[in-house]
Ligand binder design. Structure first.
Ligand code: SF4
Ligand code: MG
Length: 330
């Protein structure tokens, strides 16, 4: 499968009065054409910072990409000027955020907002832009799109607004869509509809999707592959099947245990005790040591080995080391 995004050794930090926060500490990720990669983890793990780095949306200062590269096809995004990035943003790569209202202009009609980007980037006539906008509203499931084009955002429900935001993100036919917690603000039923919509859009357009979420229920519905982040690092990556049925990192297991399961009666949530480490001075060993039920002496002092378990699954944990396996067996 064609690789469309390649993130290598990405480091991002933020200067604050208290010191420098190392929010992302050497992230490697790939994305292929037509696939959905979910990035999961607790808040503050660096998942949004990673996503925002792709589109140079890190406020600088205080934020800075200090190391690494992000290639979108054959272009290195980290080396581009803001002007060059603006040509890509919304056209080749689009982003959707949690709160649809921040993406919509309350004073403009939905039609004007949808056609604005098209006219600006694709240089097409108003009539063609209108027709494409109506088609796009249709695709995202807005009834009576022709009439709805003339309305303002406040005349739509929360779920409908998020559909409009998705339509706006897709109207220039981007190859990559980055969605940061796109359903978090919506109620469960609407959430399910929006997730179905993502699946349908991907089938129809072949767009690649990066989905940032803390919600494993969402991930189970739409991700092809999953990257689990912890303390600024990807600690495990694999296909949906591998992560759900054969998770190898104790943190991934902990996350899965903390998800309520509908098929278990009287189920108990098992939250992971403790909190992630302070990223002002990240630990030199495994960042999960303090919370890990399997932690060994080596974990605290040396960052774990990176192990490839299959063509698709990789994990950073000392339990994969032969010596640890022997030690555990005795
Ligand atoms: Fe736990 Fe050690 Fe593996 Fe870290 S490296 S997850 S502390 S066993
Ligand atoms: Mg976030």
């Amino acid at each position: 499968m064609e690789k469309i995004l390649d993130i290598k050794d990405l480091h991002v930090s933020f200067k604050t009065y208290g010191g420098e926060v190392q929010a992302v500490r050497g992230v490697n990720l790939e994305l292929h054409k037509g696939e959905t990669l979910a990035i999961v983890g607790e808040s503050g793990c660096g998942k949004s910072v990673t996503a925002n780095s792709i589109m140079k949306l890190i406020p600088s200062p205080p934020g800075k990409i200090t190391q690494g590269s992000i290639h979108f096809k054959d272009q290195n995004l980290t080396e581009m000027s803001s002007k060059e990035i603006r040509k890509i943003r919304g056209v080749d790569i689009s982003m959707i955020f949690q709160d649809p209202m921040t993406a919509l202009n309350p004073t403009l009609t939905v039609g004007d907002q949808l056609t604005e980007g098209l006219k600006q980037h694709k240089k097409i006539s108003s009539q063609d832009a209108n027709e494409q906008a109506i088609e796009m509203l249709n695709l995202v499931g807005i009834p009576n799109p022709k009439e709805r084009m003339k309305q303002h955002p406040h005349q739509f429900s929360g779920g409908m607004r998020q559909r409009i935001v998705i339509a706006m993100a897709l109207i220039c036919e981007p190859e990559l869509l980055i969605a940061d917690e796109p359903t978090t603000a919506l109620d469960v039923t609407i959430q399910a509809q929006i997730l179905q919509l993502f699946n349908r859009i991907q089938e129809q357009t072949g767009v690649s999707i990066i989905l940032i979420t803390h919600d494993l229920g969402v991930v189970a519905k739409i991700a092809d592959r999953i990257a689990v982040m912890y303390a600024g690092k990807v600690i495990e990556v694999g296909t949906r099947r591998e992560i759900f049925y054969n998770p190898q990192h104790p943190y991934t297991r902990g996350l899965l245990n903390s998800v309520p399961r509908l098929d278990q009666r009287g189920d108990q949530l098992i939250p992971i005790n403790g909190t992630p480490p302070d990223l002002f001075s990240p630990p030199k060993g495994c960042p999960f040591t303090a919370r890990c039920p399997k932690a060994m002496e080596v974990c605290e002092n040396v960052y774990p080995v990176h192990t490839k378990l299959s063509d698709t699954q990789e994990v950073d944990c000392w339990l994969q080391d032969e010596r640890a396996k022997k030690y555990m067996a005795t």
